[in-house]
Design a protein around this ligand. Structure first.
Ligand code: 8OZ
Length: 367
């Protein structure tokens, strides 16, 4: 059977494990700090995601696997019955409008503050090395992250279990799958990198040891809900949140070799500096992809032409979009029809806010 470009292009359906995406465009996970008390997604969040259901796959924003996992104000969780019930309303509405939706699961690790931690304790990290970065506390504004404490060896399995149970909760909440957040300096990425991981036990030192936590989390989640419903996001050279690594190429080649054995339904790669330059540091993404036989999703600064070319040339199976999906709920149609794109509202915050403005009032094209 021969395939034509129309069968394989950005706007063509794509099988992802047991589901079929309407097209190869993905809404990237985007923190919006709009959760309601109890870190429960509310009515506006239902509408926000439902408006975006025409994209092949929505990856809902980073969502806490436990109370300790929180690092920012008003980010949702998947560790209480109320949070599961809140998300169920989101997934029901996205599915009713023909969409597919995963959720990103995170533990922020050292990117947190005592103000968010149960008992106002220190956040946890591979090592007691503070991230030179800020978070936002109501009343206090942007503040430095707190100095974390190093996790004891016997605490690590409990956090792996938190990812496992959050993945179970995600399926209970009706998600089609989960994306494990292995990027941007949060707990999994902090274990990976030698800038933040100074451990001398089985979780530190060699590349194999630093990748152990990621592999354990992925094994647990895959074991709980199946590889065909488990994706992962990595950001090999993104310095966001004070992330640093002396040898990203061999580190991430090892990570992808390990992932090849577990075979998650996709690997989602942030190329370059998240939300910034794509060429901030040398990295051979083609070499990384060569090590994986599964689905490859790319992100960071893709526009229509770049995304069409990446898929047409076989450099990616799926392309995710962040800001363009915030401002254009109907992005697939706009790309296909070469329609103009909405700009970010200048008078509305990207993070937080109370009313609909900047969240659910970006217009779609008239029907
Ligand atoms: C922006 C603000 C807060 C969190 C990430 C989840 O970088 C985030 C995030 C982004 O992955």
């Amino acid at each position: 059977m021969s395939t034509t470009p129309a069968d394989t292009g950005l706007y063509s359906p794509f099988p992802l494990g047991p589901i079929t995406l309407a097209n190869r465009m993905v809404m990237a996970p985007l923190t919006r700090n709009r959760a309601e008390p109890g870190n429960v997604p509310g009515p506006m969040t239902i509408e926000y995601y439902a408006q975006r259901a025409s994209v092949g796959l929505i990856i809902a924003e980073a969502t806490q696997v436990s109370a300790q996992a929180q690092g920012y104000i008003a980010t949702p969780g998947l560790h209480t019955p109320e949070q599961i019930a809140g998300w169920k309303k989101v997934t029901d509405e996205v599915h009713a409008r023909g969409g597919k939706i995963f959720v990103q699961l995170w533990h922020t690790g050292r990117m947190s503050h005592t103000a968010f931690q149960p008992g106002e304790k220190a956040p946890v990290a591979p090592s007691a090395v503070r991230a030179n970065a800020k978070t936002y506390i109501p009343g206090a504004g942007y503040v430095d992250t707190s100095e974390p404490r190093a996790l004891a060896l016997d605490e690590i399995a409990g956090i792996v279990d938190d990812f496992r149970s959050a993945a179970r909760h995600a399926i209970e909440a009706g998600f089609d799958g989960v994306e494990v957040h292995g990027a941007h300096g949060y707990l999994i990425d902090a274990f990976l990198r030698d800038g933040s991981n100074k451990r001398t036990d089985a979780y530190g030192g060699s590349i194999e040891n630093r990748a152990r936590f990621l592999v354990e989390v992925m094994s647990a989640v895959v074991g709980e809900i199946g590889a065909e419903r488990t994706g992962i996001r990595i950001s090999p050279v993104s310095p966001v949140n004070d992330s640093s690594e002396s040898q990203p190429q061999p580190l991430f080649e090892h990570v992808v070799r390990e992932l090849e054995k577990l075979h998650p339904v996709y690997i989602h790669v942030v190329e370059g500096f998240t939300g910034g330059p794509r060429d901030n540091a040398p990295f051979d993404y083609a070499a990384l992809r060569q090590l994986y036989s599964g689905v490859w999703m790319v992100n960071n600064g893709y526009d229509k032409a770049m995304a069409e070319a990446a898929v047409a040339e076989g450099r990616a199976d799926l392309v995710s979009f962040g800001r363009l999906m915030i401002t254009n709920p109907d992005l697939p149609r706009r790309f296909k029809e070469n329609a103009p794109l909405n700009e970010l509202f200048k008078d509305a915050p990207l993070y937080g806010g109370v009313g609909p403005h900047g969240y659910i009032d970006y217009p779609a094209l008239p029907a």
